[in-house]
Design a protein around this ligand. Structure first.
Ligand SMILES: *Cc1c(COP(=O)(O)O)cnc(C)c1O
Length: 376
């Protein structure tokens, strides 16, 4: 028998979350963002459920090839564009749309020999200062691209740094982490106002929080995290409050039980000390499975669908949980690290991530290759 840890990918939840985004922005087209191997879920595991999207957005050329192999003939967008000139050959061959965010990418296109007209998303750096042409150089970049015979269609994109920010959302200086989207949105629309072409600005947080505004939803939205059922702005709103369903359950079983006396400790570093007699379940899940080592005692876990807590340090292959709230649990009992227990009880990945000082994004992407995946 293999180790009992398993990541189950829920097709119905993926479909539900896609529909949830559709409802939020019914007149926008939707790029399902499946970068990082579909946020750790596996592109082949999510493809069928998400094929109702208008296109798939990702950034790894090998992942784009896999989508074509799976039979997707619709749009695929490389959101970082190509990494070197010869990547354009694959773009032509697989009809990939690609972002253009720097001059070198325009140079490569200008030198690229192709019969196939390319569709590009010209990317503006509207304030995040990651990828894209700054507003002042954006129109010059557009003019260069527009003059290229290799280019068939130019669309426009930008990316928000603070779409999940609480509070303030009006233009002007505010406290760090509270910038909202107003400044970037204004800059983007000012500079692109009279340019012909489609537009895309919104990630998950912008789509759900501000998608009612036509300037925000534009022609295409680019949701990622919400498709997988994690909240885009936890803890302001939970996934359940957003009407999202977890697309992944990470489950395992108890493979050992220890009876602690008062004063006994658990795990490396003896970071947890029992104050009274305590039953401890040892779970087949550790940081080599992608579970965050960073969370100490108190991270929520479900045992037989009942909420309890982790105890002490997470080891490479194991972790300990408190069995006090589930006295009937023992060897073989079901453990839900996140997602949905057999009983239907939910444990949000966002809550686990918060206990580990990170985000649901990181946890789902980090599920290790050694964890088997099943699709239901
Ligand atoms: C990752 C990414 C998205 C999706 O972001 P979420 O927060 O997961 O919705 C959208 N656009 C770009 C450019 C991205 O890199």
């Amino acid at each position: 028998m293999p180790r009992p840890i398993l990541a189950t990918i829920h097709s119905a939840a993926l479909r539900h979350n896609l529909e949830r985004v559709r409802q939020a922005v019914p007149d926008a087209k939707l790029w399902a963002v499946v970068k990082a191997n579909a946020y750790g879920h596996g592109i082949e595991n999510v493809f069928e459920a998400l094929r109702g999207a208008d296109g798939f957005a990702l950034l790894d050329l090998a992942e784009a090839e896999r989508l074509r192999q799976l039979g997707w003939r619709g749009p695929i967008l490389l959101i970082e564009g190509v990494f070197e000139a010869r990547d354009l050959e694959l773009c032509s061959r697989l009809s990939l749309w690609h972002a253009v965010h720097c001059d070198a990418q325009i140079d490569w296109l200008a030198a690229h020999k192709t019969q196939q007209g390319h569709r590009v998303f010209l990317k503006m750096n509207s304030g995040m200062n990651r990828l894209g042409f700054p507003a002042a150089r954006f129109r010059a970049a557009w003019a260069r691209l527009n003059a290229l015979p290799q280019v068939e269609e130019i669309s426009f994109m930008t990316h928000f740094s603070d779409a999940d920010a609480p509070g303030v959302d009006t233009p002007g200086a505010v406290a760090p982490g509270q910038h909202g989207i107003a400044d970037q949105l204004q800059r983007f629309h000012e500079v692109t106002r009279d340019l012909p072409g489609e537009r895309s600005v919104s990630n998950s947080a912008a789509t759900l929080r501000h998608g009612a505004d036509a300037q925000v939803r534009c022609d295409w939205v680019r949701p990622g995290i919400v498709l997988y059922g994690s909240s885009p702005d936890y803890p302001q709103a939970s996934a359940t409050e957003w009407g999202l369903a977890p697309a992944m359950t990470l489950s395992s079983r108890i493979i050992g039980v220890q009876a602690l006396a008062a004063g006994d400790t658990v795990g490396y570093g003896s970071r947890f000390t029992a104050e009274a007699p305590l039953r401890v379940g040892v779970v087949a899940c550790g940081y080599a499975d992608g579970y965050p080592r960073h969370c100490d005692t108190g991270t929520p876990v479900l045992v037989d669908g009942v909420r309890t807590r982790s105890l002490g340090r997470v080891s490479m292959d194991m972790m300990a949980v408190d069995l006090t709230p589930v006295p009937q649990a023992g060897l073989g009992s079901e453990v839900t690290l996140w997602g949905r227990a057999g009983s239907g009880a939910l444990l949000s990945i966002d809550e686990v991530a918060q206990a580990a000082g990170t985000l649901g994004y990181e946890l789902m992407c980090a599920v290790a290759a050694r964890v088997n995946k099943a699709v239901d």
